[in-house]
Design a protein around this ligand. Structure first.
Ligand code: FAD
Length: 289
């Protein structure tokens, strides 16, 4: 099923993300976690793509298992910055052959050692190419706090518009911990004529090293309410996990209450986290418009 049709149903959606392993020996563990999450019957699931594309086989295999064995609509991520056109086309062909109908089209981070290929500069080029083939529902990434390489948020929104005009059907946000940042962003992008559905990406922070890594990489704003949780519970893993899940759940309830229906949880291959969030939202997810 195409994700644009799921998002168009006028009711809250809850989806989960998994990431493939970096090495073969971890494949079974990751696939088992993905299957456990699929058994929760989320609205859809996404499978990320290893930077550089070297593990694209795992992305395709996990996405196909979720889609074809569990009948959970699946969104396969594909990045282009480190790949040749031939490689990207090969991955898309395989996704199509294995029944995947949805692709999140990304540029990917530029490797420290420089680009490994020069066929694509930006995600918009990949989106245009996928759109021409005509058969995928296409998603793209967006950044309520601005992408790290962008000079400012206005410029970032200009390039988001280019992606939408290139043919993307919906966008998913980078994580954020203050909903007001998203509300402000939605106002700004709607004002610029971007009308596609925006799926809010929510990260339940369940351990301290995770949040340190996130802040180093993306400069995501942490509200003082969130910092207090980390200060108080950061060195008590079970308490931190409970508080992190509760914080994410509260964020989601506020988003849905304010009309943001698409919720995508960065569940980090943790079925128990996904299950706890879903259980806390069981009635809320039934509320149509
Ligand atoms: P783009 O949209 O191409 O933007 C990249 C930068 O270039 C931005 O600063 C933008 O403003 C600027 N720009 C865009 N077009 C132009 C133009 N025409 N001229 C000048 N500047 C321009 N990474 C992975 O490796 N694997 C994943 O599976 C993955 N999944 C993700 C899922 C989500 C929801 C998000 C938010 C991010 C994900 N990422 C993933 C990270 C992503 O690859 C990086 O953030 C990457 O640096 C940017 O990718 P993009 O598709 O947003 O790039």
């Amino acid at each position: 099923m195409k994700i644009r049709d799921i998002l168009g149903q006028g009711r809250p959606t809850l989806s989960f993300e998994v990431f493939p392993p970096k090495t073969e020996d971890k494949y079974e563990t990751v696939e088992a976690a993905a299957r456990e999450i699929a058994m929760l019957s989320p609205s859809f699931m996404s499978v990320t793509y290893g930077a550089g594309g070297g593990t694209s086989r795992y992305t395709v295999d996990i996405a196909a298992a979720l889609n074809n064995e569990y009948h959970v609509p699946t969104l396969a991520h594909v990045t282009c910055v480190s790949s040749t056109r031939e490689k990207v086309r090969g991955v898309l062909r395989e996704l199509r052959e294995r029944g995947i109908e949805n692709v999140l089209a990304l540029r990917g981070d530029i490797p420290k050692e420089g680009r490994l290929a020069h066929d694509y500069l930006y995600a918009s080029e990949l989106i245009r190419e996928i759109k021409q083939s005509g058969d995928f529902c296409i998603g793209a990434a967006c950044y309520p706090e601005g992408h790290v390489e962008s000079a400012n948020k206005t410029e970032d929104i200009t390039y988001l518009k280019e992606k939408v005009e290139a043919g993307c059907d919906f966008v998913t946000t980078q994580m954020f911990f203050d909903n007001n940042i998203l509300y402000n962003y939605l106002y700004r992008i709607r004002e610029r004529g971007i009308t596609v559905p925006v799926v809010a990406g929510i990260m339940p922070v369940t351990n301290v090293s995770q949040i340190r890594r996130i802040c180093q990489m993306s400069g995501t704003y942490l509200p003082s309410r969130f910092k207090a949780i980390v200060d108080r519970f950061g060195d008590r893993p079970a308490a931190m996990k409970q508080a992190g899940i509760a914080y994410a759940t509260e964020q989601i309830i506020d988003l849905i209450a304010n009309g943001v229906n698409g919720i995508h949880v960065y569940s980090m291959n943790k079925p128990d986290v996904a299950a706890r969030i879903q259980a806390s939202l069981s009635e809320i997810l039934e509320c149509g418009e």
